[in-house]
Design a protein. Structure first.
Lengths: 188, 358
């Protein structure tokens, strides 16, 4: 096909290559070599799954302490940190404990989440976690609008080992995830 | 009357057998194409339905059968319905004159039957070319009747391409016709008996190698396959002339395309590669004392040649990108046509000199 370009005359070897379809044969040799040395790169996904990296950022979840109480103190920092406005927190006082707050309602619209992990970084009490779940395809996208119970359930099934509630912690005081010298270090 | 009835029954059986073989081959081809393309591109191809995906064609067939049959608004309903049938039937009719095996006959009820030669008409190859050209009507009418700009463009491109390359197909086989002295595919195949050096691809007075190359390229273009798949160029025309087709009508177009590939492969095998003749003189089964079973070996050779030609289609599809439209036309008219014409002249002179020297 190069023979039809009329700008310059072809040399003898080029002419010979053109009439014998040399370039096409080279390409066909390449495809044939891939057929003979058949090493597929395909991962048969539903049957075999790739190993996820250690810092994989999957589905978000709310966590609990080992005594079953929720970690979340309703500070709204995750809502402020979220770039996609996924999170909506309705904060309220704990009944009978005027100084302590909790999240009365907690919603995540996972259709908008881009899994950046900023909410997890922003949380002062490590109440949010990113699980390794990623198979969240649903038929109705309203099922991706999660409430607090659903998020806690995800956390319960993904993090069976819970953080211990510190002994010296006053029930009205939230300990932030800063290194404190005067409290005992966290157990394993 | 009974003899007529018997003949009718035998003919219908043969027709049914050929139709069955063609449809089964198309089923195999759809899977084989995806598998071979996958293997050549370091993929696996279909793997889900059945072991290694071998039941995929049946899944596709069931899916296409049950899909909604949509006729777009503003479409010409009659032509829209007719087009897939116009595309499919000429291709199937062409298989009538293909010699599938040797001239072996057996007697049944007092009449002799040639099981591998459905019909031996003396204009065999012209008949195939004529009906292959009719398939262009199906494509262009389907494109026009869809009331869609993509379909229309695809149909127009296809018509122009088929007419251009049909010419080259016709001219490239003239050399073979000169060598064989007949238009009947049975006689052409018989003339190539006795080893691969007698195949018209290598036959001595005038080897038809250039004609074969022209034939291969032109048939790839004529069946709208890569790299000449401009009528159904995905990146430009969505799907070309069958953009608006769905369900069973789409399946008809699909079937027609693959049956057309099989038809040109059979013709290539019969014209250039010796048809059902083995690449060595005689047959091995005849040599070891089973001459009545030699047809097994001969039909196997025909299948091998046809399938290797079909493999070439897949191979080209895995390798080459699509041509531009002006490149396609320039290549067809300025390169292929002169080669085919030159081949006719050279072959005629060679055959004439050969006859004079005898």
């Amino acid at each position: 096909m190069a023979s039809t370009t009329t700008t310059r005359r072809l040399s003898l070897s080029e002419w010979f290559k053109t009439i014998t379809f040399y370039e096409i044969l080279v390409g066909m040799k390449a495809t044939m070599s891939h057929l003979l040395n058949y090493r597929p790169v395909t991962l048969q996904y539903p049957h075999e799954k790739r190993t996820l990296p250690d810092n994989y950022r999957g589905m978000l979840a709310l966590l609990r302490y080992d005594d079953g109480t929720e970690k979340c103190v309703g500070c709204d920092l995750c809502e402020a940190a979220c770039p996609s406005r996924v999170i909506r927190v309705v904060s309220a006082e704990v009944p009978g404990e005027p100084t302590k707050r909790y999240s009365k309602e907690y919603y995540m619209d996972m259709t908008r989440c881009l899994f950046c992990g900023m909410c997890v970084d922003a949380c002062p009490v490590d109440a949010l976690g990113m699980t390794r779940e990623f198979e969240w395809a649903v038929y109705d996208k309203r099922q991706l609008h999660l409430n607090k119970q659903q998020l806690l359930a995800i956390g319960d099934r993904s993090f069976p080992i819970r953080e211990k509630r510190l002994e010296l912690q006053h029930p009205n005081v939230a300990f932030f995830n800063v290194a404190f010298k005067h409290v005992p270090s966290k157990p394993d | 009357m009974t003899e007529f009835g018997l003949r009718l029954a035998i003919s219908l059986t043969q027709i049914a057998a050929v139709m069955g073989i063609v449809v089964i081959t198309v089923l195999i081809l759809t899977l084989a194409e995806r598998k071979v393309l996958g293997w050549m591109q370091d993929r696996m191809g279909p793997m889900e339905v059945g072991p290694y995906g071998i039941l995929q064609p049946f899944a596709d067939a069931i899916k296409l059968f049950f899909k909604e049959d949509i006729i777009p608004a503003g479409a010409n309903k009659f032509l829209f319905t007719m087009a897939p049938i116009l595309c499919l039937i000429p291709t199937f009719i062409g298989f009538a004159v293909i010699p599938w095996g040797p001239n072996w006959t057996f007697e049944i009820g007092g009449i002799s039957v040639k099981p591998f030669i459905i019909s031996d008409i003396n204009i065999g190859i012209l008949y195939i070319l004529a009906f292959a050209s009719l398939a262009a009507y199906g494509i262009i009418l389907g494109g026009w009747a869809s009331n869609s700009k993509y379909s229309l463009l695809g149909g127009l491109r296809s018509a122009a391409q088929i007419i251009s390359y049909e010419l080259n197909v016709g001219l490239s086989i003239v050399g073979v016709l000169i060598l064989a002295g007949s238009l009947s595919l049975v006689k052409i195949t018989d003339a190539q008996a006795g080893g691969f050096w007698n195949w018209f691809l290598f036959a001595l007075p005038a080897p038809q190698i250039f004609a074969f190359v022209v034939y291969v390229i032109s048939t790839v273009a004529e069946t709208n396959r890569v790299p000449f798949d401009l009528p159904e160029a995905e990146s430009e025309l969505v799907a070309g002339f069958f953009t608006e087709y769905s369900g069973l009508r789409f399946a008809f177009f699909f079937l027609a395309e693959y049956a057309n590939m099989m038809l040109v492969s059979c013709v290539a095998a019969a014209l250039f590669l010796g048809g059902w003749n083995a690449p060595y003189p005689g047959t091995i089964l005849g040599l070891i004392g089973l001459p009545s079973f030699a047809w097994v070996e001969n039909t196997m050779w025909f299948a091998v040649k046809t399938y290797s030609f079909l493999f070439l289609f897949f191979w080209l599809r895995a390798t080459l990108p699509r041509l531009r439209y002006d490149q396609l036309m320039r290549f067809g008219w300025k390169v292929m046509l002169p080669i085919a014409l030159g081949n006719i002249v050279v072959t005629s002179i060679a055959v004439f000199v050969h006859q004079q020297m005898k």
